[in-house]
Design a protein around this ligand. Structure first.
Ligand code: NCD
Length: 304
């Protein structure tokens, strides 16, 4: 596999294999500590990040490799007017693999056509975020022991939330998946995801704006932040940002073995009291991000 731009670039078998390797790394990290000796990962982040960039960097370090890159466009030659294509061509001479995040949808895809080394999409605007999805799948597999036969509630900003788009794309390929899509009217899932992914794959789904209505049926509750940076005006954001605040009260009817996920960062959408609930998996999920990225780097560099 040359690049990872969309989660569909990976087959179900490849995803299963990545999860298997990631679980093995979790158990035997020392076995992997020199696998990427003399290899370099470049992280080119044209948009803010904590987990994605640092987990990529920690992943490469734990594999014995090195990292370089920038964490904001303003500290790179982008500020002087350099195109993404030129930046990518040059960075390929300094690194073996590149993880890139960009506010423009499709930028990593364009970059991949110019790059001499593999490109990983670390988030492109409100479009996709395939490595977050791998993180989510590892977390679900770890918590539930399966990726099929699940009722998954997705709540919050389903319109701009790229992690939601990629996760739905991935889940649509597993058997017996039901989706409960919970959002305010203005932040509903885009039509193209509904038509091309959900309906095309005959996924059973419901759209609602009520977080409690189907709570008792959920195996997974995937909370998301309202994506402030994608709004055209502040007023709409302010009106919608606290639409959902998950707390202990709202979880009263939930299953005992519900898994609550969130790609993080959290703003207000999960009350901190929920952190103490054993069903809260979001910090574990962030940890899973490092292990699955280790497995991914090994795969993309073709290291056994
Ligand atoms: C997500 C993202 O960047 O899309 N964060 C992440 O990578 N863990 C979610 C978000 O920013 O809300």
């Amino acid at each position: 596999m040359k690049n990872l731009i969309d989660i569909k670039d990976l087959s179900i078998e490849e995803i299963d294999e990545l999860i298997k390797v990631a679980k093995n790394i979790m158990q035997n990290p020392e076995k992997y500590s020199e696998k990427c000796k003399h290899k370099k990962l470049a992280t080119l982040f044209f948009e803010p990040s904590t987990r994605t960039r640092l987990s990529f960097e920690a992943a490469m370090m734990e594999l014995g490799g090195n990292v370089l890159g920038f964490s904001e466009a303003s500290s790179s030659s982008t500020a002087k007017g350099e195109s993404v294509s030129d930046t990518i061509r040059v960075v390929g001479a300094y690194s073996d693999i590149i993880a890139m995040r960009h506010p423009k949808e499709g930028a990593p895809l364009v970059a991949s056509t110019k790059s001499i080394v593999p490109i990983i999409n670390a988030g492109d605007g409100g479009h996709n975020h395939p490595t977050q999805t791998l993180t989510d799948l590892l977390t679900i597999s770890y918590e539930k022991g399966r990726l099929d036969n699940l009722t998954i509630g997705m709540c919050g900003d389903l319109k701009f939330g790229r992690t939601v788009h990629s996760l739905i794309t991935a889940m649509a390929r597993y058997k017996n998946i039901r989706l409960v899509l919970i959002s305010p009217e203005e932040l509903k899932i885009p039509e193209y995801i509904k038509e091309e992914i959900i309906e095309k794959n005959n996924i059973d789904y419901i759209e609602t704006n009520d977080i409690e209505e189907h709570m008792s049926k959920l195996d997974i509750l995937y909370m998301t932040r309202v994506q402030k940076e994608r709004f055209f005006n502040e007023e709409d954001y302010v009106r919608l940002k606290d639409y959902y605040i998950l707390n202990n009260e709202k979880l009263k009817k939930a299953k005992k073995d519900l898994a609550i996920l969130h790609p993080l960062p959290r703003v207000n959408e999960i009350s901190t009291e929920v952190d103490e609930d054993p069903r809260a998996c979001y910090f574990k999920q962030a940890e899973c991000g490092k292990y699955i990225r280790m497995a991914l780097i090994l795969k993309m560099l073709d290291i056994k």
